[in-house]
Design a protein around this ligand. Structure first.
Ligand code: A2P
Length: 319
């Protein structure tokens, strides 16, 4: 069984496993496959699981955890690191606490390890995704974050953070937060390296988790540009590794954590075999030179009358 290195979450005194298991499978109601994959993942040694109210994977993941305990794959829930996310129709002060209680109930757990605001916008309460543009409303970050802080103070989560926040949005959050965000979970891979955001987060001691470290192909938002990249293919073939392993190793070497989704047993195993070799300086240099492109632009949050009039607004120019 693989042992996955962990990193400290500087602002909380907790640690986070550097390779985690993504559970967003399309369509979002693939409950049986989530349960089966998550159970196998625990057996292989994955300890960090990433879910969200949006993905509808909390309940099958919870069932897999209960089964893993019964089968003795783990002795206690404390061996796991569970991340879940606040769906943005619940990103309203009074809806946050009921939302995290529901996240926990779905998972059958008393607490999360990390709770993230999924996107830097709110939707009118009760709105699902994909949403109508008129349902997108500005988030009252101060009151929503205060409710996130309450979730941590009340013990429903060990740490709190955000997802899909630019440096500018983090700066605003830091100016109002009593408990600063421990994590910003964002798209990151060799063709969207997030250099500016990483530098900012390093300075502020905010840990980054990379989602879609393979470019998320096969997902709603993803593309095969990463796994089909010629530079990565060349490095993979000269090292006798797969392109996916090169991507994951590169992300891991940047000192951030990652969540990778595969429900295929062979690929789940392969994605953990990245710890006993490394990229050499020339390979790192070649990856550094790859032209950059954000894959997950999230145009669905952009609208003429909403809080983000353009993708530049949404990402504050980090494109
Ligand atoms: P599958 O579940 O069939 O393995 P990301 O983690 O960047 O969001 O990427 C997820 C996508 O990449 C999924 O479609 C997943 O498909 C695929 N994937 C995961 N691991 C590998 C791998 N080692 N090689 C090729 N494709 C992979």
């Amino acid at each position: 069984m693989a042992t996955i290195p962990e990193a400290p979450l500087a602002l909380t005194g907790k640690t986070i496993p550097l390779v985690g298991f993504g559970t967003a499978e399309f369509p979002f109601n693939s409950t049986e496959s989530v349960k089966e994959a998550a159970l196998h993942a625990i057996q292989l040694g994955y300890r960090h699981f990433d879910t969200a109210a949006l993905y509808q994977s909390e309940q099958p993941l919870g069932e897999a955890i209960a089964e893993a305990l019964k089968l003795g794959f783990i002795k206690s829930r404390h061996e796991l690191f569970l991340t879940s996310k606040l769906w943005i129709s619940d990103a309203h002060h009074e809806l946050v606490l009921p939302a995290i209680k529901k996240n926990c109930r779905n998972l059958g757990l008393e607490y999360l390890d990390l709770y993230l605001i999924h996107f830097p916008a709110s939707l009118k309460p009760g709105t699902a995704f994909p949403c109508k543009t008129e349902d997108i409303v500005p988030m009252d970050l101060e009151s929503v974050w205060k409710a996130m802080e309450d979730c941590q103070k009340l013990g429903f989560t060990k740490s709190i953070g955000v997802s899909n926040f630019s440096s500018k949005k983090l700066e605003k959050l830091l100016s109002i937060a009593k408990i600063p965000p421990a994590v910003n979970q964002v798209e990151m891979h060799p063709i969207w390296q997030q250099k500016k955001l990483r530098q900012f987060c390093d300075e502020k001691r905010i840990h980054i988790t990379a989602y879609s470290p393979l470019g998320g192909h096969g997902t709603l938002w993803g593309s095969n540009q990463v796994l089909e990249n010629e530079v990565l293919k060349e490095i993979a073939s000269s090292k006798g590794k797969t392109v996916a392993q090169i991507c994951l190793r590169w992300v891991y070497e940047q000192g951030v954590s990652l969540v990778v989704k595969s429900f295929n047993k062979e690929r789940m195993r392969q994605n953990l075999e990245i710890f006993d070799w490394k990229l050499c300086p020339e390979e790192l240099h070649k990856i550094e030179q790859i032209p950059q492109q954000r894959v997950n632009v999230i145009e669905a949050l952009v609208s003429e009358n909403g809080p983000f009039k353009s993708v530049e607004d949404l990402w504050d120019g980090e494109l």
